[in-house]
Design a protein around this ligand. Structure first.
Ligand SMILES: C[S@@+](CC[C@H](N)C(=O)[O-])C[C@H]1O[C@@H](n2cnc3c(N)ncnc32)[C@H](O)[C@@H]1O
Length: 156
């Protein structure tokens, strides 16, 4: 007598993409499971080469006019805040908001060095509340909404 394995026992093998598993593990170790971009990681994207892809003057130019008050929410080290200060000029102001104090400290240092320190005011917020009272003509939330827990309330 010949024994034939029932069909259901011939299950296809499940393959796991080890690259994805590996990189996800590394990402979790580096970011310490946090969803917020750590300050030191910002050095990898906040530099001159980024200007080839994200041209701040082209992105902001149509919206940020001389003499206006603008906000950069989730400003990081100020890649856009500095350009915003240049665009609003001496009669405008920039409010740079982030929930990491160290990001704001680096931005303040950069702003002083660039000569725009007097136009940029920094504000430390919390994950739940931006907490600025000032009215703004324009607000930028560039590459940060993905880090916000309650996106719906944030954008409401
Ligand atoms: C990937 S970085 C981008 C920084 C900057 N917008 C840029 O384009 O270079 C995201 C920044 O958003 C900040 N951030 C995350 N969640 C935030 C929140 N709920 N409110 C304010 N800032 C937040 C982080 O601290 C970090 O500095």
């Amino acid at each position: 007598m010949v024994y034939v394995k029932p069909r259901e026992q011939h299950q296809p093998k499940r393959y796991v993409n080890m690259n994805i598993v590996f990189f996800e593990k590394v990402r979790k170790i580096l970011l310490m499971n946090e969803h917020t971009c750590p300050w030191w990681l910002a050095y990898t994207f906040d530099h001159r080469i980024r200007r080839l892809v994200h041209k701040p003057e082209s992105i902001l130019g149509p919206y940020v006019k001389p003499g206006t008050t603008v906000a950069d929410i989730g400003c990081g080290m100020g890649f856009f805040s500095l350009e915003m200060a240049r665009l609003v000029g001496k009669d405008g102001s920039v409010l740079s908001v982030d929930l990491q104090r160290h990001m704001l400290e680096i931005l303040e240092k950069r702003a002083r060095r660039s000569g725009f320190g007097h136009l940029i005011r920094t504000h430390l917020c919390t994950p739940e509340r931006i907490g600025i009272q000032q009215q703004c003509d324009f607000a930028l939330t560039f590459w940060m909404v993905h880090e916000v827990n309650d996106k719906q309330s944030f954008l409401a």
